[in-house]
Ligand binder design. Sequence first.
Ligand code: GLN
Length: 546
Amino acid sequence: MTRFIFITGGVVSSLGKGIASAALGALLQARGYKVRLRKLDPYINVDPGTMSPYQHGEVYVTDDGAETDLDLGHYERFTGVAARQSDNVTTGRIYSNVIARERKGEYLGATVQVIPHITDAIKEFVTSDLTDEDFVLCEIGGTVGDIEGLPFLEAIRQLGNELGRERVLFVHLTLMPYIPAAGEIKTKPTQHSVKELLSVGIQADILVCRSDRPIPEDSRRKLALFCNVKPERVIEALDVDTIYDVPNRYHEAGFDTEVLKHFGMAEGRESDVDLTAWRNTVHRIREPEGEVSIAVVGKYTNLLDAYKSLSEALGHGGIANNVRVKLDWIESEIFESDSAPLARLESVNGILVPGGFGERGAEGKVAAVTFARERMIPFFGICFGMQMAVIEAARNLAGVPGAGSTEFGKCAESVVGLLTEWKRGNVVEQRSGEDDLGGTMRLGAYPCRLAEGSKVAEIYGGGLDISERHRHRYEVNIDYRERLEAAGLIFSGMSPDGVLPEIVELRDHPWFVGVQFHPELKSKPFQPHPLFASFIKAAVEQVRLV
Ligand code: GLN
């Protein structure tokens, strides 16, 4: 029997509902249950694929090619359960499905309304595509009280009623602010938020309260009294220095125990939950043996959420090598003037050019590649970063001075060009330059074959066939392969049909790898991605050389 846990947020946004959901999922998993995590996003975009990273942070891509909310990345990193298209839905998608059905006459002449048609579509989404999961944790985006969120709250209220308390639990995450003038932690905002939720018919069963200091017993009792929950179901969620400590802290606060008690499944409080892996991870993060610094030369560097999975994956590389990874986020445009402050790159132990879109800052990224290549600094290019590395090598090593990407308009030598047709297994997929922007990229998992004896084959350390996730429109043009390889840039990973370049590496360099895919999406704290582990290892070796 699948049980549903709905997680809503109140008082303010950015309380870390995604991490809270992921951490609870990890705890239930540690108790031997099968979990699935889902996110309902109340905004009107059909998916986050067309949203600016400045607005919404990273777009997380799943194996099955869905462009989803970045919280799905947390879910996957914390539980190892691969997220799917059916794990994230938005108001936009729900409405477009309902409207498409209405146009086909499927509602048989009925007036199509928010209740029941939209709410039915939401309930159908929440309860479909499940097999033998014990728990589905379903996070509702936004904050209680938002207009957009109402149909979702109404849908989960109905589910609570239909499935009953033995199958549904409502968790509400709020903030308990400390007011210095009063010298007190305040419960009032949480009381109001719980009331707001109650006004749409949902009684919160468990309150998870973010706080920057321990919540005194009397505040907990007061909150329990006013909000109609048991005092032990007011869970303290203190600020922590690493997100990977959240499962440990929640467990100590009794969160998972209270969840199981609600469902009548609780064994003793300290039952056989093995959190050793989490504790070890936190220990390695807190007590590293050294430090490396990595420059990330990109475009959205003032909004770190835009590179969420990337910064996590770099951290995992640090865990693998027992070092702290210090990140220097650099806006690539600063390398475009004559007085470019390249010296800033001299002090780092590795340079990474991440994914990106559009021409702005591209030449600065090329300049950073030149610097890494000439100074023998470990270099990692991801997606756009790989494309810039290939353009750099074409211009400066292979004698193709006009090398560019058609992403920036027509160019003399389109070393990177628009991909309009490619194969996924035996199926040919086609796009034209005029298609809708949403969902028209090469998206999701594609196989790649590594070249025998290459550096990447050694790094992956298994067979030669790998699978990684993609999100891009342009591809490295295979017509330039011979010239680039003659100049030292080896095409060491290709699509199995040999048409799409997936990985390049530089021959005479300590560590210089460019990948067309996004390896950061699959890295996990307990299983750091081999490319990140190896890149950080090369950075550690670079520290030793200096
Ligand atoms: N803009 C490039 C493309 O569409 C790279 C995309 C990316 O880095 N994710 O191919």
